[in-house]
Design a protein around this ligand. Structure first.
Ligand code: DC
Length: 230
């Protein structure tokens, strides 16, 4: 159990800017719990695809949501993995077939209401780092620390292509760019909780910095916040 001051650290930003990589490592260093909110929307998308849930049928969606249970378990290597109805779906949800469908699914109001409720429950005890699109604006507007991550599109696509090659298959760079651009567009223009920078968020542009530097910046801010009298 961490003796470090218990805070909520929200990391929002565009797709493939290094949010999860940073959040995971920051959580490990601070002894906090890491929660990948994007993984929750990906797990819902996997369920919808596998069970042929129509996105235009609200009744189907409500029924499906009542049958979805998402949890995170830490594996033997200390890495948090996503479970959908007690099945480990960590690898499956990272595949391109999910990335292609997740933004429309996460734009659905009922989906967001269900996920935000779970996310708030997970953050009740604080001592968490949560990454996503609306964590500092909607899920935890009173988070002690908020970050907004951004990076150059080509740099993001090259990083994501490398990840896909390790977990899925070789995807053409143009296809990766198109997917990221499309998701940015849907995520920033949707009606429900669009991606936007919270007024009190610290911006980190990861284009020219290493993962270690990203992590150091967040940890440095967390330590400085923890030392300030509240
Ligand atoms: O972080 P990610 O790329 O795994 O997220 C997948 C999608 O889920 C992303 O395109 C938008 C959606 N998402 C969201 O709407 N709100 C969040 N808090 C996290 C993710």
């Amino acid at each position: 159990m961490s003796t470090f001051k218990k805070m909520v650290i929200a990391i929002d930003g565009y797709s493939a800017c290094g949010k999860s990589t940073t959040a995971k490592e920051v959580a490990r260093i601070l002894g906090y719990r890491y929660i990948d909110s994007g993984a929750m929307y990906r797990a819902v998308t996997l369920y919808f695809l596998d069970n042929h849930v129509s996105l235009s049928n609200p009744r189907d969606i409500t029924k499906a949501l009542s049958q979805i249970h998402i949890s995170f378990k830490v594996n033997s290597k200390g890495i948090s993995e996503t479970y959908l109805n007690n099945l480990n779906v960590e690898k499956e949800i990272r595949k391109m077939r999910i990335s292609e469908k997740v933004s429309p699914v996460s734009a659905i109001k009922d989906v967001r209401v269900a996920m935000v409720e779970q996310q708030r429950r997970m953050g009740k005890e604080k001592a968490i780092v949560m990454d996503g699109r609306d964590i500092g604006t909607v899920v935890f507007p009173n988070a002690e620390l908020k970050f907004f991550m951004t990076a150059d599109m080509v740099v993001r696509a090259i990083r994501r292509q490398k990840e896909l090659l390790e977990n899925d298959r070789l995807v053409d760079l143009d296809e990766v760019i198109e997917n990221i651009a499309q998701r940015d567009k849907i995520d920033t223009t949707r009606k429900e909780s669009p991606l936007r920078q919270a007024a009190d968020a610290i911006v980190i542009d990861t284009t020219h910095i290493t993962v270690d530097e990203q992590v150091d910046e967040v940890v440095r801010q967390a330590v400085s916040k923890a030392l300030k009298p509240s």
